[in-house]
Design a protein around this ligand. Structure first.
Ligand code: MN
Length: 504
């Protein structure tokens, strides 16, 4: 059982007010969940405490961690909206309700909608902290998935693999994405999991021996060059990510050099290049495997120097060289930028752009399945967001920017086929119809939202499924100009009305 002191201990320099907040949330949630049990037989409250602990481990501040403790108290516990608002304030209530809303999005199970669903997932969260709480919640649920009835396990695991892990990956939270993938993998592809596991175990056993020797002589060589502040660690490739790579390499594990990699972590960027120099001066590198992601970061912000060298006895080792700061960013991504104690800060701009980039379909290009619907043009809403950030130099926090500039101005709705259409806030079925096709708009006679007939001036909400009915002889009415929010709809309506006038 996670105790309050375990959570407090993980928060960076908490104030007295932070500690008080955490304590009152901890006690409140314990009461709100009193008597409730998880499927594992544990107290329900243990899930709340574990979720909060994960958030604290990911460096979240007291507000987010508190919301993490409380995240199920309304939906599953006995707490009310009013209680949370009164005791913990509007901001924490917003986060708790956001997590509940996000939980309502369910995976369809059809690959062609995945990209849409990932976007919707991000859009509905409205705030990066809501997303982080939902991730922590899912991580704990995945760690305890064995207790869930068998028929539910696969759906949850598949949703984790298709939606949660890719979104975490694009936000640069690799540590989380890796763990989610590896927890879900055995449930979604049990047979393949077994195969990859035995392949990897065998390969890594051989590699590890070569690695130990290599690291020893590397440290000696670095010492000779006067580089002594060196930390090293092994990076074992996640099994699911290995599986995806195997599929791309004819299932030949000999063609994959990074099943086990060595990370060399040094204080400064010049040190990184000096380490690379020492390595290449001592061991022969494989051609075309030297990557300078420090000078040229990957589009998602990833940085490191990569090289692959022959280390003797037929062994080949991938080496990744980076600073502590780069290391933290590459494991925690956007999560490492969410700090509410810092004001301003040079990392903010980078974080905003990483966030935007992460939403761009297939910018990364590797490790991601390319779905036909997601290739092609950059969506308009992302362009608008980029333009806005290029011209704004507001002093508000990253989080405020993300909330007010983007999420509050756009909504995401579904076609009956599950494709996502993004529209400005307060859009009507008229906007929706014209964004599908001008002829759908021009011939529209009615609209259904979530299966119910609605008037054409009703306002669409995030996640609505919208269905338009058309008739061959139908025509737009002048009134629609008031219902439309988008320029494209207004343009089409005006042009039809003009044509009618002209022909009279
Ligand atoms: Mn939960």
């Amino acid at each position: 059982m996670v105790e309050l002191k375990d959570i407090k201990g993980l928060i960076t320099s908490p104030t007295a007010a932070d500690n008080e907040l955490l304590e009152s949330a901890y006690n409140f949630a314990e009461m709100a969940h009193g008597g409730q049990k998880r499927l594992s037989g544990e107290n329900y409250f243990s899930h709340a405490a574990e979720t909060a602990k994960i958030l604290a481990e990911y460096g979240m501040g007291a507000t987010t961690v508190t919301a993490g403790i409380l995240h199920d108290t309304i939906e599953d516990g006995r707490a009310t909206v009013e209680e949370i608002k009164e005791k913990f304030g509007e901001e924490i209530l917003f986060l708790v309700e956001g997590v509940t809303k996000l939980g309502k999005i369910k995976y369809h199970g059809a690959d062609r909608y995945n990209e849409s669903l990932r976007k919707l997932f991000v859009a509905v969260s409205q705030d990066i902290r809501v997303l982080m709480i939902k991730f922590a919640d899912r991580l704990h649920n995945m760690r305890t998935l064995e207790h869930v009835p068998e028929e539910k396990r696969e759906r949850i695991a598949r949703e984790t693999l298709e939606i949660y892990a890719p979104v975490a990956y694009r936000l640069g939270i690799r540590k989380l994405s890796r763990e989610l993938e590896d927890l879900a993998f055995p449930y979604v592809y049990p047979k393949e999991y077994g195969e990859v596991l035995s392949l990897a175990k065998h390969k890594q056993k051989i590699l590890r021996e070569g690695l130990e020797k290599f690291l020893k002589s590397l440290k000696k060589e670095l010492g000779k060059a006067g580089i002594t502040k060196v930390r090293s660690e092994y990076r074992v490739k996640g099994l699911y990510s290995l599986y995806k790579k195997l599929l791309a390499r004819d299932k030949n594990i000999e063609k994959i050099y990074d099943t086990l990699a060595v990370r060399i972590i040094v204080p400064t960027i010049p040190d990184c290049y000096r380490v690379l120099g020492v390595i290449h001066g001592t061991w022969r590198p494989l051609p075309r495997r030297i990557k300078d992601y420090i000078a040229f970061p990957k589009p998602n912000g990833y940085q490191s120097l990569h090289t692959t060298v022959f280390v003797g006895d037929g062994n080949i080792v991938e080496v990744q060289i980076r600073t502590e700061e780069i290391h933290r960013n590459s494991e925690y991504g956007i999560a490492s930028h969410i700090s509410y104690k810092e004001t301003g800060g040079k990392n903010r701009a980078t974080a905003v752009f990483n966030w935007i980039w992460s939403l761009l379909p297939n910018r990364e290009g590797e490790n991601e399945g390319v779905s036909p619907s997601s290739s092609g043009d950059v969506p308009q809403w992302i362009k608008e967001l980029v333009e806005h950030h290029e011209t704004s130099n507001s002093k508000s926090s990253l989080n405020e920017d993300l909330r007010s500039d983007f999420f509050h101005n756009r909504i995401f709705v579904f076609t009956p086929n599950g494709d996502v259409i993004d529209l400005p806030k307060d859009s009507s079925p008229v906007d929706f119809a014209y964004s599908i096709h001008s002829e759908v708009g021009n011939k529209m006679v009615g609209a259904k939202v979530n299966g119910k007939l609605v008037s054409l001036n009703s306002k669409l909400q995030n996640g609505d499924i919208v269905e338009i009915s058309t008739k061959k002889n139908a025509k737009p009415s002048t009134k629609w100009l008031d219902y439309a929010k988008t320029t494209i709809a207004k343009k089409h309506i005006r042009s039809v009305i003009q044509r009618q006038k002209d022909s009279v």
